[in-house]
Design a protein around this ligand. Structure first.
Ligand SMILES: Nc1ncnc2c1ncn2[C@@H]1O[C@H](COP(=O)(O)OP(=O)(O)OP(=O)(O)O)[C@@H](O)[C@H]1O
Ligand SMILES: [Mg+2]
Length: 456
């Protein structure tokens, strides 16, 4: 792997164009179906009765006594899980693949442009992982990096008091190194009034000296309270006006900057937006290479291509499928992951997703009308890939290649918009807007469409 960008590295990454999963027509998708759909439409098979109860794969004890083949296999499986498990963000550089351009843009924005940064993109695209690896890199350059994850209930003063409590008072310009304040080990929070707003905070932060502070506010999209966002915008403005040595990095699920920070012209020139794009094919390889090194397996070119297509550039899906495919190979005591393992992984993920949907939704998906309208539903899923998930009839018309009249599409969509059905309809004056009631359904439809295309 090439060296990661570091601070003081002036080379600016060039954003590559995005390469989403292959586009297919709804007709193609409906014609050929992955095995998962047969199971869905036939009903799940009865699980065969197994004679022995399941056991743990490996001993939890650290000392491995017998290095036999079984324990070696178990070790490789656990190593693969640690390297490619998809439930956690990456927190260190070892497991972070690609994204050199995003990391160097972020560093340049912080170090040279001295602006605040908003990282945005779809769910699971790698925002938190990038923020963590960036933080590690910034700490090496002696920045004081503070990380906080926003919850729905986030309150401005509570959150920023906690940040202030992590900045040693030694870094306040009024405090001399050997003074009692410095010796006491106080932090900036003691200099805040009980109630404070963005102005008072910016005034205090403007007195930071001897270091630079980066505050990462992760999951900014989750905050509900509009006054929190207003206060953060005000803080950014005040920090910028005072050229304070404190910079903010916000991350959140959004399709564009406005969606995340609202319409705030006063801070536009103090902010750089960093959109996270889907992984390129080379980056997908890099992610899988981390699993290869950890568990001593090899992903064949066919399996890499399949995972790349199915994942549509989502690092989350690359890891999920890469992990499952690798496990399928190791289960067969093979060291090469081929396309049959890739296919097994996709089937398994689709089946798991389906099983995790509420019973009612599963039933809606497997009924005859849904089956007959599979191409329409897939076109709808594709049309609904915007952040809020809403799509109109014309969007579906386009996705279906312009072959089905608007009136037919509207009639058919309405058929799925009953009170407990797959779609919900918004009371939009004029053209009706639809979206999937459960976001998991559209992910399932999209992947099964991609799979259907692949099994032709
Ligand atoms: N550069 C990367 N290399 C390897 N794995 C990655 C990379 N970026 C993200 N991942 C993996 O993808 C998954 C999603 O990443 P992450 O949690 O960072 O995304 P996110 O955009 O913050 O998601 P959310 O929108 O849910 O907050 C995680 O399993 C993470 O380990
Ligand atoms: Mg995240």
């Amino acid at each position: 792997m090439a060296a990661e960008p570091l601070f003081a590295d002036t080379a600016q990454g060039v954003a590559k164009s995005t390469v989403p999963a292959g586009t297919i027509t709804a007709r193609q998708a409906g014609d050929r179906r992955p095995a998962f759909l047969d199971t869905l439409w036939r009903g799940a098979p009865e699980a065969p009765r197994v004679a022995t109860l399941p056991r743990f794969a490996a001993s939890a004890s650290d000392d491995v006594e017998t290095e036999d083949e079984d324990s070696e296999m178990s070790r490789r499986k656990l190593a693969l899980r640690d390297a490619l498990g998809a439930s956690q963000p990456v927190i260190g550089r070892e497991n972070f693949a690609g994204r050199h351009d995003a990391l160097s843009q972020l560093i340049t924005a912080i170090e040279q442009q001295r602006v605040h940064v908003v990282i945005y993109g779809e769910r699971g695209i790698g925002k938190t992982s990038l923020a963590h690896v960036f933080s590690e890199t910034a700490r090496e350059a002696r920045y004081l990096v503070l990380y906080g994850s926003c919850g729905t209930e986030a309150r401005f003063d509570a959150m920023f008091r906690a940040f202030a409590a992590k900045i040693p008072r030694l870094y306040h310009k009024s405090v001399l190194p050997n003074s009692p304040e410095a010796e006491r080990g106080d932090h900036f929070d003691v200099m805040l009034e009980e109630h404070f707003g963005p102005r008072e905070l910016a005034e205090l932060f403007a007195d930071v000296t001897g270091t630079r502070v980066i505050i990462v506010l992760d999951e900014y999209d989750r905050v509900i309270d509009p006054s929190f966002r207003r206060d953060v915008a005000e803080l950014i403005k005040n920090l910028s006006d005072r050229a304070a040595r404190v910079q903010l990095v916000l991350t959140g699920v959004a399709q564009n900057l406005d969606e995340l920070i609202g319409y705030a012209p006063s801070i536009r020139r103090n902010i750089v937006g960093l959109p996270m794009r889907p992984l390129t094919a080379a980056e997908v390889r890099d992610v899988l290479a981390i699993g290869e090194v950890a568990s001593d397996i090899h992903y064949s070119d066919e399996s890499v291509n399949m995972i790349n297509t199915m994942a549509g550039g989502s690092p989350y899906l690359v890891r999920l499928l890469g992990h499952r495919a690798g496990m399928a190979a190791l289960d067969q005591r093979r060291s090469v992951v081929d396309d049959s393992h890739g296919r097994a992984a996709v089937e398994r993920v689709l089946t798991d997703w389906n099983a995790s949907l509420p019973r009612r939704v599963q039933a809606s998906l497997s009924r005859d009308e849904a089956r007959a309208q599979w191409p329409l539903l897939i076109a709808a899923a594709r049309a609904g890939s915007s952040a809020d998930g809403y799509f109109g009839i014309d969007d579906v018309f386009t996705e279906m290649g312009g072959s089905v009249p608007h009136s037919v599409i509207e009639r058919d969509l309405r058929q799925f918009a009953g009170s407990h059905d797959l779609l919900e309809m918004s009371a939009n004056p004029g053209e009706p807007l639809f979206r999937f009631r459960y976001p998991g359904v559209s992910a399932l439809l999209l992947m099964s469409a991609a799979m259907a295309k692949l099994t032709t």
